[in-house]
Design a protein around this ligand. Structure first.
Ligand code: SF4
Length: 373
């Protein structure tokens, strides 16, 4: 929960959900909202998949999902799980055997749609395998693959049909005395997703996995996800998120964190506040921000940096950031530390200098946090 007594208009009251474990990552309750992504390598390409999992984890992913479409992928999964720094969710469709194999291979969670993995006997076997191997389950309802009887009843994929599908799946797990589950009700349409998620949030206390499915490419998918997921998170709904993009999984993780950072729900790395620049700029703001984003990727400490082209907004923004730079005249600008004007710096040396100041501040904040523990 993000509560601010001084600025109550920033408060977000999270829906109260049960907590489950996905490996060593708690999901739901008061746990931080977990960020997920999914690999897009062939799972049988063990080295390639491990490299992608590691890159995603380095970018901040708490959990990574991997497709298990065949038996060879189940075998590969075992090796991948062994090397992975984060819990792995196995994505299972149609073949109940894959679910059993994935649980045996060490998956921390199975993403299944109990309606599409066969008859009750087979579902029971998958649930038993999950129980035996300490594996949680995500019920993944998708507007594009709703059961026939629900489509007949409702005429088209709609929020009510998705909620009903989710509750039917929940009942299957509960009837088998399985309670370590979370649920998602995804659609590619923002309105449909948001309404379905609001419905399921009221109907169950299970932790909720948020996502807008098939959201699109980097720019359009980011916008769609920011609107859909952003609104739900703002309402307090969502315990773990995945931004689906037709892009590198690392981009999905970065966008996921940016959405959470914008709402003050999680903090990681340097939050750069920069102006769009205009004729008044005292240095090239756009190029500078591009360079700093790259040079500061290694910083994980939550902190803020303002990079502002001129004195119109520079001193004001710098007041609220850990480190700041405001363009001035004659090829130099002012460096701000903890909101106060500190010293002048030439535009040429500014990027190296700011990187140094940010690293210094991050080390300071890290040791203060350690001392407080
Ligand atoms: S802060 Fe200055 S340079 Fe940046 S957009 Fe505003 S007026 Fe232009």
């Amino acid at each position: 929960m993000s509560l601010n007594h001084v600025r109550p208009w920033r408060n977000i009251y999270r829906r109260k959900s049960r907590q489950i474990m996905v490996g060593n990552v708690p999901v739901g309750g008061d746990a931080p909202i977990a960020v997920q992504t999914m690999t897009n390598t062939l799972t049988t390409d063990v080295a390639g998949t491990i490299a992608q999992v590691q890159a995603a984890a380095e970018a901040g992913a708490d959990i990574v999902r991997i497709s298990v479409p065949d038996e060879a992928s189940s075998k590969a999964l075992k090796e991948i799980v062994r090397e992975s720094p984060v819990p792995i969710v196995a994505d299972i469709h149609f073949h109940y055997r894959r679910g059993i194999e994935a649980a045996e291979a060490g998956a921390a969670c199975l993403r299944i749609n109990p309606g599409n993995i066969g008859d009750e006997k087979r579902v029971k076997e998958v649930i038993k395998a999950a129980q035996d191997h300490n594996c949680s389950i995500r019920i993944g309802v998708n507007a594009g693959s709703l059961e026939k009887h629900l489509l007949e009843k409702y005429g088209e994929p709609c929020p009510e049909a998705m909620v009903e599908s989710g509750l039917e799946h929940i009942r299957i797990l509960q009837d088998n005395d399985f309670h370590e589950f979370k649920i998602s009700v995804k659609a590619s349409d923002v309105f449909l997703s948001a309404a379905a998620y609001q419905g399921i949030a009221e109907a169950t206390d299970a932790p909720i996995h948020l996502g807008i499915t098939e959201a699109g490419g980097l720019v359009s998918g980011t916008i769609k996800s920011a609107i859909g997921l952003g609104n739900l998170l703002w309402m307090g709904i969502g315990d773990t998120i995945r931004v689906s993009l037709s892009a590198d999984p690392v981009e999905e993780v970065k966008v996921g964190f940016e959405i959470l950072k914008s709402l003050g729900l999680r903090h990681r790395g340097v939050n750069i506040i920069s102006c769009p620049s205009c004729a008044r700029q005292g240095f090239d703001v756009i190029k500078t921000v591009e360079a700093l984003e790259q040079r500061l990727e290694h910083i994980k400490t939550p902190m803020s940096l303002s990079i502002i082209g001129c004195v119109v907004n520079g001193p004001g923004e710098a007041l609220m950031t850990d480190v700041g730079f405001t363009g001035g005249g004659a090829g130099s600008g002012m460096v701000y530390l903890a909101g106060k004007a500190s010293h002048k710096m030439s535009n040429e040396q500014m990027i190296d200098h700011i990187v140094g100041e940010v690293e210094k501040k991050a080390a300071e904040l890290d040791s203060a946090a350690e001392a407080a523990e």
